[in-house]
Design a protein around this ligand. Structure first.
Ligand SMILES: Nc1ncnc2c1ncn2[C@@H]1O[C@H](COP(=O)(O)OP(=O)(O)OP(=O)(O)O)[C@@H](O)[C@H]1O
Ligand SMILES: [Mg+2]
Length: 454
């Protein structure tokens, strides 16, 4: 459909010449002869863009712009005015005009500005629809008292700048909690930078966190901005913080104490204003006892501690979660909504869910994908719960002991899943419901490399 442009100008000659240019470009033009008429048409005809004359009898262009912004309208406006009215230009820009053209402008200038304004608006709309989708995906569902405590802690932590340490088993929703804190904080519109401390080998994590200068070490062919710097004014989420080496822990502690970072290979320090949220599924208190985690860092991180309880301690949440995920997957896959019967929900509620919410989520996803009909009942639920992962056939003949058998099938399973997910480690770890750190260990242990997939 053609984009519709509203021209607000009291001068008929101007309206006609603009119309000629725009119609030739394939835009649809509508016209208003006064400010008031312009406002009415914006309300009734929903144009995609407005060309607005400043000097008009009655309500002038600036006033139109002001009223438009007052009612929260983000419609792109290009302002047109007579010569030498630089103050007006400044004022119009302050009121959020996209551009300012002086009368006698070239038609090319008009076309370029219109194209840019429309493109910007298209991008903004796109971003806000992604944002909406992301919000649904990051919504925390559940009404159990145990989860209510977590929600309460989130709202207490959010407005502060304090460091938060989120603990809990794998898959309970720690990342979701971290995002909720950021979203509800004063930094909510700034960046949320996530670093997975378990996914990176020791040598890489430091340059990932602090950045490096070109030539800082062999292979550093480009300068890299660290995550702490990227998160400036926003939030950094140190995920799996319990898997950080002691050396990196010492460096992170310094950033927290000094509020500044140093890129590897540079003597210069850079001030950063970053809020830190950390999460781990390890027992940090135990790690401190065994000297694997620094106690001073622990105290720095756990200014506000939040513990997310395992799903088995809040089974009341399961029905709502099942509905939420069912809805989510049907929507994402453009399926018709599917009904999960109360009996099936009861069956699911009785499971142990060692993998917590993530495992429940994956199970519901499988249910949605595997069930062709609109109704999911006990039979379907049972079917999905019992469908154990397959293992790699003939290779198994090589196994003599139970241990060998387990290892061979585990290896085959991992290779198959990695292949299925394009060797994306994080994704695979999520799908097979194991911490990434564990998947990395397994890759080491079994010497699994992508090349073997050639
Ligand atoms: N209360 C909830 N409502 C809706 N979705 C949830 C909830 N809790 C967790 N999820 C979903 O479950 C999945 C796992 O959650 P998340 O990644 O936050 O877990 P985690 O505790 O960070 O796990 P890990 O320790 O393995 O990193 C995600 O897809 C998340 O969106
Ligand atoms: Mg996580």
């Amino acid at each position: 459909m053609n984009e519709r442009i509203l021209v607000v100008d009291d001068d008929e000659g101007v309206r006609e010449s603009i119309a000629m240019t725009l119609e030739y470009e394939g835009y649809e033009c509508i016209f208003a002869r006064s400010g008031q008429e312009g406002l009415d048409m914006i309300a009734n005809e929903s144009p995609d863009l407005v060309l607005l004359d400043i000097k008009m009898p009655g309500m002038d262009g600036l006033e139109v712009l002001r009223r438009l912004r007052e009612r929260g309208d983000v419609l792109p406006v290009i302002v047109i005015s007579g010569h030498g009215t630089i103050n007006t230009a400044v004022e119009a820009t302050k009121q959020g005009a996209f551009a300012f053209l002086e009368k006698g402008f070239e038609s090319d200038a008009l076309k370029v500005n219109i194209r840019n304004a429309l493109e910007q608006r298209r991008l903004e709309t796109e971003v806000s629809s992604y944002r909406q989708q992301a919000e649904i995906r990051h919504e925390m569902v559940g009404e159990s008292p145990a989860l209510a405590e977590v929600t309460e802690a989130i709202s207490r932590a959010a407005p502060t700048n304090s460091t938060v340490l989120i603990q809990g088993e794998s898959g309970v929703g720690k990342e979701l909690v971290a995002r909720a804190i950021h979203r509800n904080s004063k930094r909510g519109r700034e960046r949320f930078i996530q670093v997975n401390c378990a996914a990176l080998p020791e040598e890489l994590i430091e340059s990932e966190l602090f950045g490096h200068e070109r030539g800082a070490f062999t292979g550093a062919t480009q300068k890299q901005i660290g995550k702490f710097e990227q998160a400036d004014r926003g939030t950094i989420f140190l995920d799996e913080v319990g898997d950080m080496s002691l050396r990196t822990q010492a460096k992170v502690l310094r950033v927290l104490q000094e509020g500044e970072v140093e890129r590897l290979g540079s003597a210069r320090t850079i001030k950063v204003d970053v809020r830190v949220i950390a999460a781990t599924n390890r027992n940090l208190e135990e790690a401190i006892d065994s000297d694997a985690f620094r106690e001073d860092l622990y105290f720095r991180l756990s200014v506000i501690p939040i513990r997310v309880p395992p799903l088995r301690d809040r089974q009341e949440d399961i029905p709502r979660l099942v509905e939420h995920f069912a809805d989510l997957f049907c929507r994402e896959n453009n399926f018709r909504p599917k009904l999960v019967t109360p009996a099936a929900i009861e069956l699911l509620s009785g499971e142990r869910w060692r993998g917590n919410v993530r495992e429940l989520r994956n199970t519901v996803e499988r249910l949605m994908v595997m069930t062709p009909g609109d109704v999911i009942d006990v039979t379907e639920a049972r079917g999905v719960l019992s469908s154990a992962p397959r293992s790699g056939g003939s290779e198994l003949a090589r196994a003599d002991t139970l241990r060998e058998f387990k290892e061979i099938s585990e290896r085959a399973f991992l290779v198959e899943k990695l292949r299925e997910h394009g060797w994306n480690i994080s994704k695979t770890a999520e799908v097979i419901d194991t911490p990434r750190s564990n998947l990395y260990k397994k890759l080491e242990q079994y010497q699994i490399k992508q090349e073997e997939d050639g």
